[in-house]
Design a protein. Structure first.
Ligand SMILES: [Fe+2]
Length: 225
């Protein structure tokens, strides 16, 4: 299932190969949507046995302004300041997506009470919950360029956000569908259902050109075809 091809590349499965992007690569301009990683997540085992972890925070700008994951509660000031540097206040965010309900991904939802909130398979605006078919495996389209796609496994209702038309092609903001570029030794340990997640991961590798993982830097997917 896993074959190391060299220092910077790795076959994940079949014809899919993932390649880390440069550490400085956090912006993926596009038309009509651009994707920016505001904070790359991490997961670090400490000497005392604890794990220091935070989830990746990603901003999608275009016709709608979309925040994917909000980091942990400790990221509150960072998030507000980083949005401010981009000329944005909390009220400017149209949609907030929480890929799944872990504390290092949805710690700041309350900063955005006016946004459409998509957390796992729940889609709400204020206290009004919108019907959707995420649980039946269907994407929830924000518009023709941005879709929230079900990607279960890490948790039962995990979602990812697919953005088409960037300079790098299709970008998938993947939450913890992927921990990082080379996560074959780690993702199963934190998966609620590895068989289901394997299917979700293969679908992501089939369709995305760049994947933004939940606890690492963006990486490119190469397909042999
Ligand atoms: Fe998680």
């Amino acid at each position: 299932m896993e074959t190391i091809m060299g220092k910077d590349s790795k076959v994940v499965c079949g014809g899919f190969q993932t390649v880390p992007l440069s550490e400085s690569r956090s912006d993926f301009p596009g038309q009509p949507y651009s994707v920016s990683v505001l904070k790359a997540g991490y997961c670090l085992l400490q000497a005392d046995g604890t794990i220091r972890a935070d989830g990746t925070i990603t901003l999608i700008t275009g016709p709608r302004t979309i925040l994917v994951d909000t980091g942990g509660p400790w990221d509150r000031d960072f998030l507000l300041e980083t949005l401010k540097e981009r000329g944005l206040g909390p009220g400017d965010i149209d949609v907030v997506v929480g890929t799944h309900g872990h504390s290092d991904h949805i710690g700041n939802l309350s900063l955005f009470p006016t946004a459409v909130m998509i957390v796992g398979y729940d889609v709400s605006e204020g206290d009004a919950y919108r019907p959707n078919k995420l649980a039946e495996g269907h994407a929830y389209r924000i518009d023709e360029h941005v879709s929230v796609v079900p990607s279960p496994g890490h948790t039962g209702q995990h979602v990812s956000v697919q953005v088409t038309g960037t300079s790098e092609g299709t970008v998938l903001v993947a939450g913890d569908l992927f921990e990082c570029c080379s996560d074959e030794d780690s993702w199963r340990d934190v998966s609620m259902d590895t068989a289901v997640q394997e299917v979700s991961r293969l679908e992501a590798l089939r369709t995305a050109d760049v994947i933004i993982p939940g606890h690492g830097l963006p990486f490119r997917v190469l397909r042999n075809s």
